[in-house]
Design a protein around this ligand. Structure first.
Ligand code: ADE
Ligand code: ZN
Length: 324
């Protein structure tokens, strides 16, 4: 089964590129940019990755990305992930990135976009790999700031597939971002949002009804509302579920208790992603292997999950046909 999962051409719909920053690269970039890290070694950093909830992770996630200062840092970050993903049999990724987290530190949007777009272009030209771009907005920062950043990004709209909503979910409902998402729709961008990870099922309903999202990132707490589950099934809304992330952030206690098998059994349009592979114990392959071990799924289940991801991926019709 593990060989099958390695060679299965996998499609990842939910990946934060800043969360793919491995401690080894963090140390290399810290040295290149003359930045002190709060860890003595890459090993010590890994040992610090022990989280009680989403906020505990976010604190280290924002701290880690402080080593990203120049265009080539963003390029190296993305290329490092693309190569690793390709070696694990990933053929496409829809990549979230957090412009506000960099602007806040004085890193201009041009630096972020320049590095990421260069890496995307190079990967697509040289390694049978495609990349979708999701400009994500931080829900624990003011909605007006997000709107301003979206307008500032006008020169890049043509390179972006979608906008997303991420960061601390509790007490930051989707309803606060109605204007932002309406503007993204006007621009012609697809919308996705994290909902129902730590937040209640109602946030999934808000994301669908008030933000007009096409996909829900995580969404596992939908099971708390049977009417919502029935709606997600009827409308075949894609859920980008991240099993190892949910274990690491204590959304579930143990992978064997993860709601994935129930979501599937209820007929929902489920996909598997890694979220922040450098922090949560591995990428797409590790997530697939962990599901195989925990749930005893057959090859057919993984083929179906991959088909779901291919159908929903931000790719051209030609590329989608290649992936099928
Ligand atoms: N940003 C990076 N990873 C995230 C997650 N799992 N949930 C919300 N925001 C995030
Ligand atoms: Zn996420």
């Amino acid at each position: 089964m593990h060989d099958f999962l390695r060679q299965l051409p996998k499609v990842e719909l939910h990946l934060h590129i800043e969360g793919s920053l491995e401690p080894e690269l963090m140390f290399a970039l810290a040295q290149r940019n003359n930045i002190d890290l709060p860890y003595a070694s890459a090993q010590e950093a890994k040992e610090a990755y022990d989280f009680n909830d989403l906020q505990a992770f976010l604190d280290l996630y924002f701290q880690g990305m402080n080593v990203l200062r120049h265009e080539e840092d963003f390029y190296d970050l993305a290329m490092d992930y693309f190569h690793r993903a390709r070696r694990e049999g990933v053929v496409h990724v829809d990549m979230h990135f957090d412009p506000q987290a960099h602007l806040q530190r004085g890193v201009p949007l041009e630096v972020v976009m320049g590095g990421l777009l260069k890496a995307k272009q190079e990967a697509e030209e040289s390694m049978d790999f495609s990349v979708g771009m999701i400009m994500a907005f931080l829900r624990d920062r003011p909605a007006e700031e997000a709107l301003h950043v979206l307008e500032q990004a006008a020169p890049y709209w043509k390179f972006i597939d979608a906008i997303g909503l991420d960061s601390a979910e509790r007490d930051h409902p989707p309803s606060e971002f109605k204007t932002l998402f309406a503007r993204a729709k006007e621009i012609g961008l697809v919308r996705v949002a994290h909902a129902g990870e730590e937040g209640p099922a109602d946030y999934i309903i808000q994301a669908l009804d008030l933000l007009g999202v096409e996909r829900i990132d995580h969404g596992v707490r939908c099971l708390e509302n049977p009417d919502l589950v029935e709606r997600l099934r009827r409308e075949q809304v894609v859920l980008t579920v991240c099993p190892l992330s949910n274990v690491c952030l204590k959304v579930v206690d143990d992978l064997r208790e993860h709601p994935l098998p129930t979501l599937l059994q209820k007929g929902l349009n489920v996909t598997i992603s890694s979220d922040d592979p450098a922090y949560f114990g591995g990428g797409m392959l590790a997530n697939h292997v962990a599901c195989a071990d925990a749930f005893g799924w057959s090859e057919d289940v993984f083929v179906q999950l991959t088909r779901n991801a291919i159908d929903a991926a931000f790719v051209s019709a030609d590329r989608r046909a290649d992936l099928l």
